[in-house]
Design a protein around this ligand. Structure first.
Ligand code: ZN
Length: 529
């Protein structure tokens, strides 16, 4: 899915629109009024812990946090027997403790494909951030910074100092943005990279470009110590696929475009029908659904060569399975449990079928398109799981804000999709935590529950390893002993930088934002096609 609004997509070649969008960013988050802490000492008692490193769960554990750092994960007993109080860490004067027996602690989640939204989505940053935090997302990478690099860097700094209620933000500037005219010389790409670094970007998001110019950008990124993400857009993928950019030093590939093309062994371009038009969104998404079937099969010489080279380059896959879910089951995507209370009406309008909105490609989307996409998923998931099994890094990215996908909920859906692809639940959590931190170059600070790391944690009642749906803001419905259907509560606390956020309060804030927006538009109805 395009990593940014359709307007921004086109901006790759049109800097005029580009600067227009940057001039009208969404409202930044208000000053923070949520969360408690950080505390001189905070002890979370009696939890089961999943560290994010691939280690199995263990508990009971008392987690000791001082300020914004984890200082100890103390094993205080064994399951099924009372905890010996003498083994527990002592609460210091002025400290705070929470009894969290029956809960599990995970590292804060890292969403590697988290657009903070834009004017097309029509929602404010507060809505986006609160949904993320309510789903345990304590770090996002904004691939492209659709609200402009200066806006994005400003929000990064405000979040860093906890002036706003938001995850940590890693701004990756959209390659080509902010230019008065399209780049025509490699030196311009180098200047652009240096300019973005000066303005606070930590990476580049590219969508495609003339190869010599793009190559220069990658070379300059390397010199500047910056990272990169690429959505290999079809317009350039015949010249620049995933292998090309990986050799140039690309850090993470987004989605999947460019990978089947690297795996072509009986063709050099996708089998486009004669009347294909890239700007017809149903053509674009419909034909994309037939692409993996055109790639070399697992075990073939070409498949092995591409797999091995990407592994050798320490390349990261950020598949964003979630954002294509509607392609294989449109009805399910548009009737998800959370739309009623959590989907902002402006976002809903943006999702509805339309020829001039990116990702709203359901002009006549039927069985044939969905079946092709299910096959596409099967092949794609096989590659991603195989890559992980051979030691490759795979991360979690949601790309929410497009195609019926809602911030936070989409991140949890991505966890379920990695599980479907064949990841063990512990591998799923590692992908969503430590692997993301590694791909960001931040694994020294975040991504796992270990002494010395920043205190970013997710606290949830029950065992999400047995059922990832416990992490959804709408919880998980099940039948209780009296025969009534009950819903679990979702994440209970999200802790970022030692600050404890009550996730249920964040969720109710979002519901209030949504109902207020609906009240301002009394005639609005959530039209389901
Ligand atoms: Zn995206």
């Amino acid at each position: 899915m395009a990593a940014f609004s359709r307007t921004l997509c086109l901006m790759a070649a049109c800097a005029l629109l580009c600067s227009a969008a940057a001039a009208a960013p969404i409202a930044p988050a208000p000053e923070r009024s949520e969360g408690e802490g950080p505390f001189p000492q905070l002890i979370l008692r009696g939890l089961t812990v999943v560290t994010g490193t691939g280690a199995p769960a263990y508990g009971p554990v008392d987690i000791v946090i001082e300020g914004n750092r984890i200082v100890d994960l103390k094993m205080v007993g064994n399951p099924g027997v009372p905890i010996d109080a003498t083994r527990r860490p002592r609460l210091a004067e002025g400290g705070r403790e929470l009894d969290l027996s029956g809960h599990m602690a995970l590292p804060g989640l890292v969403d590697m494909h988290g657009h903070i939204g834009g004017s097309e989505q029509g929602v404010d940053a507060e809505y986006v951030y609160k949904l993320w935090l309510a789903h345990g997302v304590t770090t996002v990478r904004d691939p492209g910074c659709g609200n402009g690099i200066d806006w994005c860097v400003s929000e990064m700094r405000r979040s860093e100092s906890n002036r706003i209620t938001a995850p940590r933000i890693f701004p990756y500037a959209f390659f080509g943005m902010g230019r008065d005219s399209p780049m025509t010389r490699p030196e311009e790409a180098r200047e652009w990279v240096r300019d973005m670094k000066r303005r606070g970007a930590v990476g580049m998001k590219c969508f495609g470009h003339r190869p010599d110019i793009l190559e220069a950008a990658f070379d300059e990124l390397r010199k500047q110590g910056m990272r990169s993400a690429c959505h290999h857009a079809q317009l350039d993928v015949a010249r620049v696929d995933v292998l090309t950019t990986a050799r140039w030093g690309l850090t993470t590939m987004e989605h999947w475009y460019g990978l089947p093309e690297a795996l072509f062994d009986g063709r050099t371009v996708q089998d486009y029908p004669a009347d294909y038009n890239y700007l017809d969104e149903q053509h674009r998404f419909g034909e994309a659904g037939k692409l993996w079937a055109q790639a070399a099969a697992p075990g073939s010489e070409r498949y092995e060569a591409v797999m091995k080279e990407l592994l050798a380059l320490d390349f990261t896959l950020d598949p964003t399975f979630n954002i294509y879910q509607a392609s294989r089951d449109w009805m399910r995507a548009r009737t998800a449990d959370w739309h009623a209370e959590y989907t902002h009406p402006a976002l809903w309008d943006f999702f509805r079928p339309g020829r001039d909105r990116h990702g709203s490609f359901f002009f006549d989307w039927g069985t044939e398109q969905e079946v092709a996409w299910r096959d596409n998923y099967r092949r794609w998931m096989h590659f991603v799981n195989d890559y992980k099994n051979r030691g490759g890094r795979v991360t979690v990215g949601s790309d929410s804000g497009y195609i019926y996908k809602i911030y936070g909920f989409g991140t949890i859906e991505e966890l379920e999709l990695l599980r479907e692809a064949g990841f063990h639940p512990l591998e799923v959590i590692r992908a969503a935590t430590l692997s993301g931190a590694e791909a960001l170059g931040a694994a020294d600070r975040i991504g796992s529950l270990e002494p010395g790391k920043l205190a970013d944690l997710v606290i949830v009642r029950g065992n999400p390893l047995a059922n990832l749906k416990l992490l959804y803001g709408t919880g998980h419905p099940s039948l209780d002993g009296e025969g009534a259907m009950v819903r679990s509560e979702g994440i209970r606390y999200t802790i970022k930088d030692g600050i404890v956020f009550d996730a249920s309060r964040l969720r109710s804030d979002v519901r209030r934002i949504v109902s207020k927006a609906k009240a301002q538009r009394p005639d609005w109805r959530p039209t389901v096609e």
